[in-house]
Design a binder for this molecule. Structure first.
Ligand SMILES: [Zn+2]
Length: 320
């Protein structure tokens, strides 16, 4: 009976994530149950590459780190782009476009309804070994600045201070009218008050907190506006089609210019807003190392590439 149960669980897991290898031997002890299905298959760590990465990080005294979705998959947050297990591979859903959000009240209703349902799960994710290790590096003075493309607040939950959230943070809400910023957790209370009895069940949760709902469920969902000015509320997140503030970009360029090495962790750098800092590092002659499963847009700019899980490799890089 127990065997049959295990077998059927395995079957359904395989059918949900057909490209994820279940038989591959991996060190899984640091990964919480349920998170694994979002972690792409990695090669076993190449010891020569690991030794070179240790040397690279040891030599740096002002390390600039740039992180992406690959860092958070080990906390159970799915990645848009990873081969086989990313949302692009598993569903036909696409992330919200900025212009559509601003233009269409219906799109905002749909977005917030899904976001409301996904929030309890999305906001409960915790930092993993990779976040904690980078935080230790910051405390010891190794990290000069850390830039993340993630909007999940896991670096700030881990305690990072020297941090720029390049694409904003889903834990904050901004008013498009008066630009006041409020806590997403507060908005959740307002949603609940405005929508008594509104019930829906969540499917998969996307990196921006999005979930899957039927049109019928969305139709009756009420969306509050800014309490100060009545303006449109939007997550303080850079949607696709929007751009990062010039002042933020300049700030990050300045921190990069003060750094002596760049480490990319868990990003394929497909989005230009992150990739441009690798171009800038290359122009300045700052050496680059990349730790990511799969190819990245900046592989040709790196002197060192390690293809493995961040949570597996980062704790091995520096002595504790
Ligand atoms: Zn306002």
């Amino acid at each position: 009976m127990a065997t049959n149960f295990t077998f059927s669980m395995l079957l359904s897991w395989r059918s949900l994530f057909p490209h994820a290898a279940v038989s591959r031997k991996r060190t899984l002890s640091s990964v919480p149950a349920g998170a694994l299905s979002f972690v792409p298959v990695s090669d076993s760590i190449n010891s020569v590459a690991l030794e070179r990465l240790r040397d690279f990080v040891s030599r740096s005294s002002r390390l600039f780190v740039i992180t992406g979705a690959g860092l958070s998959t080990e906390s159970g947050i799915p990645d848009y782009r990873s081969e086989g297990v990313g949302l692009y591979a598993r569903t036909d859903r696409r992330p919200m476009q900025h212009a559509e959000f601003v233009r269409s009240a219906k799109s905002r209703q749909r977005y917030w309804a899904r976001n409301y349902v996904g929030w309890p799960q999305f906001s409960s994710h915790q930092p993993n070994t990779a976040h904690r290790t980078l935080r230790e590096w910051e405390e010891s003075g190794k990290v000069h600045w850390l830039v993340t493309q993630n909007v999940d607040a896991l670096h700030s939950k881990a305690g990072h201070q020297r941090l720029t959230e390049l694409h904003g943070c889903a834990h904050r809400v901004v008013c498009l009218g008066c630009e006041s910023v409020t806590a997403r957790a507060e908005l959740q209370k307002r949603f609940t008050e405005l929508n008594p009895g509104w019930e829906a069940s969540a499917g998969g949760v996307a990196p921006d907190g999005d979930v899957f709902l039927e049109d019928e469920q969305v139709l009756h969902f009420r969306v509050p506006s800014c309490q100060a000015c009545g303006g449109i509320l939007k997550p303080e997140v850079t949607f696709f089609g929007d751009t990062v503030k010039k002042s933020t970009v300049q700030f990050v360029h300045d921190r990069l210019a003060e750094s002596d090495a760049v480490l990319v962790a868990g990003s394929s750098l497909q989005v230009y807003s992150g990739y441009r800092f690798l171009l800038a590092a290359s122009e300045r002659g700052i050496p680059v190392a990349i730790l990511n499963i799969g190819t990245t847009r900046a592989d040709h700019l790196a002197e060192l590439k390690v293809s493995a899980r961040c949570g597996e490799v980062l704790p091995l890089v520096l002595p504790h």
